[in-house]
Design a protein. Structure first.
Length: 186
């Protein structure tokens, strides 16, 4: 994405995510109109994170930009409600739901090879990390640094998430950044 959304545009994205979740809880699906802010209509990648009382209820997104950003946010909000790692979001969750939209930069190859070099090249608090081996991939958003502030622990947890017990020699590492916008249902 050429330029990240400003705070007002970010608030529009959060409102769209909240509207999408509310509609799905009512058995509907929204088809939003095209926003007037051009940055929201360019092709972009996003993640939507749903939390209730600080507990993760869903986090789904796209790493590769392939549709207008505002539609990417809406569809990811809908999908986050049924994140396969946890029970679906319900109307009971609704009043206490916090919604976070992360707008991602394009992933770029890490200027490093092997675990030790990747670990040294990581920028804690800044980089999201995508690991892939051709068959599977796993990612952590930059916000995960808040829970795993040490690069070694960050990498260990991401390897486990991806199903790797150690660093395979053919593993590819890419980093990206994100800008986050947050809101609450009520």
């Amino acid at each position: 994405m050429a330029q990240e959304p400003n705070p007002e545009e970010g608030a529009v994205l959060v409102a769209l995510a909240i509207e999408a979740v509310g509609a799905r809880l009512s058995g509907r699906r929204i088809e939003p109109g095209v926003p007037t802010a051009e940055r929201l209509t360019v092709v972009g990648a996003s993640f939507v994170t749903l939390e209730r009382s600080g507990r993760l209820r869903g986090c789904i997104g796209t790493l590769d930009a392939r549709r207008p950003l505002y539609l990417d946010v809406v569809r990811n909000a809908e999908r986050a409600m049924t994140d396969p790692r946890m029970p679906p979001v319900t109307s009971e969750d609704w009043p206490d739901l916090d919604v976070k939209v992360s707008v991602l930069s394009a992933p770029e190859p890490m200027p490093a090879e092997g675990r030790a070099e990747v670990e040294r090249a990581l920028r804690p608090g800044i980089d999201g990390l995508l690991l892939s081996d051709g068959q599977r991939r796993a990612t952590f958003l930059p916000s995960v640094w808040a829970k795993l502030p040490e690069p070694a622990a960050f990498l260990d947890a991401l390897l486990r998430k991806g199903g790797w017990s150690t660093w395979p020699g053919h593993l590819r590492a890419q980093r990206y950044t994100s800008t986050e916008y947050a809101g609450h249902v009520h």
